[in-house]
Ligand binder design. Structure first.
Ligand code: DOR
Ligand code: ZN
Length: 354
């Protein structure tokens, strides 16, 4: 039986594109499906000023496939040297959509991130005043804290005190992985939201470690126990507008993943929508997919829903995703571990009658 689902053109509220040959290689995977994406600034060196963001946006636009109706929404990488006035000016000029907080050492290319949160208090206050959202990588980096506890501890030690100290700050807790984070967001007022990735809805920590180590499932924050995954799935499919899609699609060349110290990141851009359609259908929540991928995030960021639609079709033949070629080497596409029967209809595809 063929099924179709038509949703507004979606947004990805957390995307790594990198730069140069890698960016040129992975960009079409996103632009084929998404109308907008919030672009992460953790390049080397990072995107720290409004001028950096403008230059990076130009490089993305230059690399867009022909005819791609795609808008990159830029972010600034917060450092202890960030100047509040530069952030506010870049936001006012429409150059940036948000600021990204990486605790120093928390993840890929986070060495320039924040060590002492008091040193960026003035930036947070200026952002609250000007309505600039803060996107947070919510993990502590204290080596004494177990890696599976780092998100929950971050809420108590950093996020909650920060939100109390700067109550007007709008915060997105990125790529939440725990029941603790879901509960914290649910308990908060309208100034807090969370993104959820595709892969954290599908895998738990057994997928990474049981029966052999699987580097392509290693990402940060690392996937947790099954009970946490179930809470994420419940939140994503609940219709609560505070939870929306940010894929955290994070391409690394296979040679850098399959290494003694492999990089963190799952590359989900090519199959996120088919995988999500499967997960939402299995949760009996297919009618809510459009909210999660195309409405709730835009509403939080104060943007209009994208014009146009995207249609997904469920057929009988599983799609396979393997290595995605790029000029920086092949990147393995996330394997959800089930047959992917949903696919995105090509623009010129003649759709079966409903
Ligand atoms: O798994 C991840 N990969 N998590 C992050 O926070 C960063 C990302 C990357 O840039 O590779
Ligand atoms: Zn990320």
């Amino acid at each position: 039986m063929t099924r179709t689902l038509t949703i507004p053109r979606p947004d990805d509220w957390h995307l790594h594109l990198r730069d140069g040959a890698m960016m040129a290689g992975v960009l079409p995977a996103t632009t084929a499906h998404f109308a907008r994406a919030l672009i992460m600034p953790n390049l080397v060196p990072p995107v720290v000023t409004g001028l950096d963001a403008a230059a990076y946006r130009d490089r993305i636009v230059d690399a867009l496939p022909q005819g791609a109706g795609f808008t990159p929404l830029m972010t600034l990488y917060l450092t202890e040297a960030t100047v509040a006035a530069d952030v506010v000016a870049a936001h006012k000029a429409g150059m940036i959509t948000a600021v990204k907080l990486y605790p120093a050492g928390a993840t890929t290319n986070s060495a320039s991130g924040v060590r002492d949160f008091d040193r960026v208090r003035a930036v947070f206050e200026a952002m609250a005043e000007a309505g600039v959202p803060l996107c947070v990588h919510g993990e502590v980096t204290d080596p004494a804290v177990d890696i599976f506890d780092r998100e929950a501890v971050f809420i108590d030690r950093v996020l909650d005190p920060l939100r109390r100290a700067v109550p007007g700050l709008r915060v997105v807790m990125e790529h939440v992985t725990t029941a603790d984070a879901v509960a914290y967001v649910q308990s908060a007022d309208a100034g807090l939201a969370a993104t959820i990735t595709t892969h954290h809805l599908v895998i738990n920590r057994n997928h990474i470690l049981a029966g052999g180590i699987r580097p392509h499932y290693y990402c940060l924050p690392v996937a947790k126990r099954e009970r946490h995954r179930l809470e994420l799935l419940a939140a994503a499919t609940s219709g609560d507008a505070r939870f929306f899609l940010g894929t955290d699609s994070a391409p690394h060349a296979d040679a850098l993943k399959l290494a003694p110290c492999g990089c963190a990141g799952c590359f989900t851009a090519p199959n996120t929508l088919p995988v999500l359609a499967h997960m939402f259908e299995a949760a009996d929540a297919l009618p809510r997919l459009g909210d999660f991928v195309a409405r709730f995030g835009a509403a939080f960021y104060g943007l209009a829903q994208n014009p146009g639609t995207l249609t997904l079709i469920k057929g009988d033949t599983p799609q396979s995703f393997g290595a995605w070629p790029t000029g920086a080497g092949p990147v393995t596409v996330f394997d959800p571990g089930f047959e992917v029967l949903w696919r995105v209809a090509c623009r010129d595809e003649r759709l079966p009658r409903p």
